[in-house]
Ligand binder design. Structure first.
Ligand code: B12
Length: 221
């Protein structure tokens, strides 16, 4: 099988949610010397985007989305140690969670892997995280950055609710707030008063480091 054929098959099997085949193809691709990034960005993510497009058109329903998501998560488990492989030192602590009312976690998990790879200590609170839980975790772990992930237009307002909760707890100035997720934009992030937004995992790493450097420079003046 050529790398192109493998990517096509990986795309097709993810689309129909064939988890065993997706895992097998992911392993085979790695054995063939293909990079984790190529498997991810040239097959797995485009396939999930197509799943979303089909759902929107009414060609796919929730079960199809669910099995495709599971197949993708299986591949991520295989890719995780390779994507996170690094000699980087601890750059800071990143507390992450999907907001209340939202169960999408694939994008968040991918961001976590990349952050770990870049040397961040990541604490993942999981999905459906209520504002009180974010507040308690910030008090406990004192992270440099807290990240809110949302994949539904109906759960994006939780960013504001979380930020309000941080303000009320007197924590807003002690932590950098980053937001992200498929429907989120820079404009929306600005409107809710977040410090940073990024559209994908590698941009998140870059932005997180920039924001931390800025904060450190501001503190040392
Ligand atoms: C898989 C999936 C599901 C699975 C989730 C499985 C899981 N474990 O995550 C299941 C089946 C559970 C599901 C359910 C639903 N889903 Co859904 N789902 C999807 C799908 C197909 C893929 C999402 C995904 O994982 N993408 C892959 C990742 C890698 O996405 P990504 O955006 O590239 O991620 C990057 C960035 O967003 C960013 N990022 C992510 N988080 C963060 C956080 C921070 C801090 C930062 C800085 C960056 C960042 O970095 C990521 C990595 O590069 C999308 C379609 C789509 N195009 O997104 C729909 C989609 C998100 N779902 C949708 C809907 C409507 C639903 C349901 C309401 C359906 C229903 N009627 O029940 C439910 C809601 C359940 C709930 N309460 O949350 C809609 C949302 C529409 C909207 N605008 O609100 C979408 C867009 C489909 C569509 N086109 O209509 N879904």
């Amino acid at each position: 099988m050529s790398p192109e054929e493998l990517l096509q098959q990986l795309y097709d099997r993810t689309l129909v949610g064939n988890a065993p085949a997706v895992a097998e193809l992911t392993r085979t691709g790695l054995e063939m010397g293909m990079t984790p990034a190529s498997l991810l960005y040239d097959a797995l993510i485009p396939s999930l985007e197509e799943v979303g497009a089909r759902f929107e058109r009414g060609d796919f329903f929730v079960p199809e989305m669910l099995i495709a998501g599971r197949a993708m998560s299986g591949a991520l488990t295989i890719l995780r140690p390779l994507l996170a492989e690094t000699g980087a030192q601890m750059v800071g602590t990143f507390l992450m969670g999907t907001v209340k009312g939202d169960v999408h976690d694939i994008g968040k998990n991918l961001v976590n892997i990349m952050l770990e790879g870049a040397g961040f200590h990541v604490i993942d609170l999981g999905v459906q995280v209520a504002p009180e839980k974010f507040v308690a975790a910030i008090e406990e772990h004192q992270p440099d950055i807290v990240g809110f992930s949302a994949f539904l237009t109906t759960t994006m307002p939780m960013f504001k609710a979380n930020i309000n909760a941080l303000q009320k707890a007197g924590l807003r100035d002690s932590v950098i707030v980053m937001v992200g997720g498929a429907p989120v934009t820079q404009e929306y992030a600005d409107a809710v008063g977040a410090d940073g937004y990024a559209s994908d995992a590698s941009q998140t790493v870059k932005r997180a480091k920039d924001l931390m450097n800025k904060r450190r420079a501001a503190v040392s003046v």
